[in-house]
Structure formats: structure tokens, C-alpha cells
Write a protein that binds this ligand. Sequence first.
Ligand code: ADP
Length: 277
Amino acid sequence: MIQVINLTKTYNGKKAVDAVTFTLEKGQIFGLLGPNGAGKTTLIRMLTALTKPDSGTCTVASFDVRQNSAGLKKIMGVMPQENNLDRELTAYENLLIYGMLHRVDNLHRRIHETLGIVGLSERKDSLVSHFSGGMQRRLLLARSLMTSPRILFLDEPSIGLDPQIRRQMWDIIRKAKMDRRTVVITTHYIEEAEALCDRVAILSKGKLIALDSQDNLKAQIGEYLVEYVDGEGHLVQHICQSRSEAQTVAARCEDGVTIRKSNLEDVFIKLTGERLE
Ligand code: ADP
């Protein structure tokens, strides 16, 4: 569905995206995980023809993204990180203008459908300026769904939302996958990547460090962690390949030792030496 080869973008002599290569199958939720500044937005902007790469190629559903063709625009929906809704218009009017620009068929019906998907039907005639942050992000998501795109690109879809609202957002994104859409999201929230993504790409300083299913990424570093706090108050961790190895290590450790399964955060720290937040 998406093929990226050696995609590179440099700003002020620094590589924001550094020779990134991957392929992505259709029908999956694919996460680009990395801290602020890792290059996620630059990468997603190149995939959606909003930023021109310095070098490399990117093909989305057999369209060369550099051509920025009308055909490409028809199959993709984009939810940007910044809120570029028109705050002086209602939810309905925002979708109406977008739909007219993109020549959406059965426009009024589609507006009602997308407002229903994101749970904003009752607020269709409210000004966006009266919406909470969570409602505005849901409306941005509704707008990206207006053209019934085969591929959805969501840049930090739940940024700044509180945990409960974030979960509502995740349900809508899972529904998009059930509707057979391919979804690409960027996130710096571990829980978001863990909750949603079939495959995760770990990005650090513009480079793609790893890309695999969550289970394979965890297996790559070791599936279990033995943890305890030492006499000086430092957290000590041992990564183990199996539960029996973890139990053997734990038996040699101090009181208060715990064994747990490794998570994506452990993978991230182990592979990049960085923390996400
Ligand atoms: P992320 O989305 O992971 O936070 P970005 O892609 O926004 O990362 O940024 C990656 C790097 O590229 C950062 O160092 C950022 O400052 C730089 N960068 C991104 N966009 C621009 C731009 N338009 N002009 C100059 N530098 C940029």
C-alpha cells in the first residue's frame, strides 16, 4: 500500500528525516513512534505530499507522491497536528466547505455520516470556537474521513487530550480500520501505540530504528523484565528472554523484586537510549 525508499529531508543542515525505508501493507494501523523532534511530522507530511523530500521515493497505492496527483488526493485523508478548522464557522459548515473543495458525492449525507462517526451530530450547528479541545480534534478527524479515504494519515491524533477523551478517539480510529481503511498515525504516547498499532516504526533523530509488530519488537529485546530498587534508590532492570530466566534472576535479587512483561517503552529505551516523554 505504501512504499518508502530512502526518504530524506534536511532543514538547516540537519536531517529531519534520514534515509527512511519501509513498506506498509493495507488494512493495518501503522504507528510512527518517537519523541518530539524525531521527524514524525516531516515524514507524514512527505507521505501526504505536503512537504517535498530532498531525495528518495514514496509510493502510496501505486501513486508517486512527488506527482501530487488528484488521484492521490482522492484516496487519502489527512488529520494535521495543528488545528486548522475555521473557528468562526459551525461544525457542519467546516465539513461543507471541505466537501465542496474535494467534490464529495452526496455531500449532505456524508457530512451527517461523518459527524455521526465522531459523535458530533448533536453539535453540528455549534460554532467550532465553542467546542472543547477534544471535540475540535474529533471534528478534524471527521473532516479527514469526508472523502471516505482508503488511507488515513493522523498526525498526533490525541495530542493534548485527557485520557478518557483519548480513549474515545482510539475507538473511532479502530472503527476506521474495521471499515477497511489503512491508518498511519504519528504519536509520542506509548499507550496510544500499544492500544492501536498493528505495526510500529520507532523513529529517533530522523532515523528508522526498528519496524515490526509489537510482539516481535518486545521479543527482540526480551519478553520479561526483572526490576527492583537498590539500596541507593535506583531502579535496576534486567531484561530476560523467558519467564523461567526471569524467575532465576529474580531469586538472586533483593527484596521487593518484581517480574513483568516488557512493553513498548522498554523497547524504545533499549533501542534508542532515549525516553519518550
Ligand atoms: P516530530 O514530529 O517527531 O516532533 P518534526 O518532523 O516536527 O518532528 O521535526 C523534526 C526536526 O525537523 C526538528 O528538529 C524540527 O525542528 C525540524 N523541522 C521540522 N520542520 C521544519 C521546518 N519547516 N523548518 C525548519 N526545521 C524544521
